[in-house]
Design a protein around this ligand. Structure first.
Ligand code: PEP
Ligand code: MN
Length: 265
């Protein structure tokens, strides 16, 4: 299999917008759950860049659990992300949900995000496999590691070698946290695959007060990067994910505290 260590032993390093993912750097993708306005995304982009992030994230097309919830501003939001990139130089990460939107999203984003709900959308996997841009493939909330690697295989098999896995928590019997962050996945993926793996402790816990500790644990476990939700005014965010979004000053402190851990691993 193309994702396996047997196929390729050297870790895959993916260069995007001047940042290397899978090497010694610890690239951080940060931003709100959803893009809400130009002012919001540019404000957050400036803050996270100052703290050391390499990518601004934010949903334009949102996979909401309920059909009446805010679904994202679509192409308008992509333009707002572009404004944030023009302002800061940060790369863009945003989700694509359907095969027919791959071309449009690809005109703006530096990396596609495939969300947990779409890990087994095989048509979408194939389409981003042909799109010529790196793909962050989030683990399905009930997917085994083997199923996750097979989903990655769909993208690789179309000729796109630039796949980044993202552990974002799985469903277990535990209800205290939104998901159970499976940090076992980090060393397991490193044993089985040459692909980089980043961790998303925001969705992995769903609770702001837990995010910093689990981010440090992710780095200690060997994560190749991080995906973190940050909002300058999380109590007024347009999705429920404000509850898991870090305040900018928390993010700044966290970024400083990660450095010695990253050096030690
Ligand atoms: C997100 O990153 O905001 C998101 C919807 O993530 P997930 O697909 O992991 O739920
Ligand atoms: Mn979110």
């Amino acid at each position: 299999k193309l994702a396996s260590r047997e196929f390729r032993d050297e870790p895959t390093v993916i260069a995007v917008n001047g940042t290397k993912i899978g090497g010694k750097q610890l690239p951080v993708i940060a931003g709100p759950c959803a893009v809400e306005s130009t002012e919001q995304i540019v404000t957050i982009a400036r803050l996270v860049q100052k703290a050391g992030a390499s990518f601004i994230r934010g949903g334009a097309f949102k996979p909401r659990t309920g059909p009446y919830s805010f679904q994202g501003y679509g192409e308008e939001a992509l333009k707002m992300l572009k404004a944030a990139k023009d302002e800061t130089g940060l790369g863009i990460v945003t989700e694509v949900m359907t095969p027919h939107e791959v071309e449009l999203v690809g005109e703006y984003t530096d990396m596609f995000q495939l969300g947990t709900r779409n890990m087994t959308n095989f048509y979408l996997l194939r389409e981003v496999g042909r799109a010529g841009k790196p793909v962050i493939l989030k683990r399905g909330m009930s997917a085994t590691i083997e199923e996750w690697l097979l989903a990655a295989e769909y993208i690789l098999a179309e000729g796109n070698p630039d796949v980044i896995l993202c552990e974002r928590g799985i469903r277990t019997f535990e209800t205290h946290t939104r998901n159970t962050l499976d940090l076992n996945a980090v060393p397991v993926i490193h044993e089985l695959s040459h692909l980089p793996i980043v961790v998303d402790p925001s969705h992995g816990t769903g609770i702001r007060s837990l995010v910093c500790d689990m981010t440090k644990a992710s780095v200690a476990a060997g994560a190749d990067g991080l995906l973190l939700e940050v909002h300058h005014d999380p109590d007024h965010s347009m999705t429920g994910d404000g509850a898991q979004s870090l305040f900018p000053d928390q993010f700044e402190t966290l970024m400083r505290e990660l450095q010695p851990i990253a050096i030690a691993v």
